[in-house]
Design a protein around this ligand. Sequence first.
Ligand code: GLP
Length: 241
Amino acid sequence: MRLIRTENYAEMSLEAGKIIIDKIHSNPGLTLGLATGSTPKGVYDYLSQDHKVNGTSYHQVKSINLDEYIGLKVQDPNSYHYFMGQNLFNHLDFHENHTHIPNGAAGDLEQECLRYEQLIKELGGVDLQILGIGQNGHIGFNEPGTPFSSQTHIVTLAKNTREANSRFFNSLEDVPTQAITMGIASILESKEILLLASGERKAEALLKFMNGEISEEFPASALKHHQNVTVIADRDALKYI
Ligand code: GLP
């Protein structure tokens, strides 16, 4: 595992952005695994800015998002579909059929999980996966206790995840109780992984991740089984390391 220490959030975003852009230049048909949340927003701004100024093209790039809430319509401002449109897709030249996010409003959710897992395989797997980390160590929406062998599945969100994400909603009651997420095994199949973390809020999770045991009780620890993980984290997130 490689660690890139940065001074702050802006520098973390820049370092991650540069790696992604380099990969796209060397492989314009890359499959990018994308994440939501506050953490990757700065990276997405950097990619949008670079596209505008330097013209890096995403026309052949495919994207696969990690997760989506169950029960929110695609156009709901809290859905990850909406988030990705606002923060990334509307600013780049992705082909509209090349961006993929689980459908949390599907009639048959079990079938949707199977479809999504199959889709990842059809696209040849994720070349470069961007990940954030939850305060409880979740990756995607894989909460503590999720088997490392899991594929795309339906999850019941942990109480502290709903509390953490309630900052985006009007109230805690409005935060969905379930989501569809790529599983831990699906994530580990990615050829390369960038794990991003910023701020003191993530310091304990990073400490556990870097120094703790590999355990299903701490989902991010599964990444230690992966051969090509780069952690990009800022000074506040690394304050115990
Ligand atoms: C969310 C997402 C994760 C994300 C994490 C951290 O619940 N499902 O993919 O990495 O929590 O979010 P944030 O970056 O806002 O701290």
